[in-house]
Design a binder for this molecule. Sequence first.
Ligand code: GLN
Length: 247
Amino acid sequence: MRIAVAHLYPDYLNIYADRGNIAVLTRRAALRGHALHVTGVEPGDPLDPSAFDLLYVGGGQDREQALIAPDLARRGPAIAAAVQAGTAALAVCGGYQLLGRGYRGRDGSWMPGAGVLPLETVAGEQRLIGDVLLEADLGGGVTIPVAGFENHAGRTLLDRGATPLGRVLAGHGNDGTSGFEGCRVGSAIGTYLHGPLLPRNPELADWLLCRALEHAGAPGELEPLSDELERLAHAVSAGRARSRGGR
Ligand code: GLN
């Protein structure tokens, strides 16, 4: 099966090697006989989000975010419609913030967001940094531990009734106080976790691949992989977060 992925702003948003997430999806798809076709989308490039099975946005510093924010905001209604129709998405940190309604950065300027996720973000005084462990709820009774690394000034507040990606077991999460991390709308996930995220969270990678395959017209289970290194990487990351303690 061909899985069409749009990678938004790869030249601008790629902090902590976030593009490693794409490498993981490509490899895990290939091992199951599927081919990921990745299209990079930079400001001004044409994009029909509904033509893609998965959208990906990485993280970045305020400066890079400000450069792409107006372009992403313009694409917001089309991206929201695609997500409503089942396109999967993964947005990390700076990309996560800008899939919400907007982000007020450290210098006080407002960056408009795409309005795809029900949330807003405002930069605080101190950065929230360190390893994170959460219990992610992917819907349908599926809960998995997810580990990663966060480094953000933004405090993200979810709208009332919004669904977080999960509950923080150790680390800061969305704002350091709510106990929530990330946000999920259908098959679209936003999260602060870098690292990159997917090499150490293979179950989350496969969940995204399954959602993308459903959208591509090939629903079904993925054959399990051995994931020995991935499990070790997850354990190291989760252990670091646990030793750091609760919020
Ligand atoms: N610039 C944003 C913040 O500091 C996002 C940072 C990031 O992507 N790591 O909150």
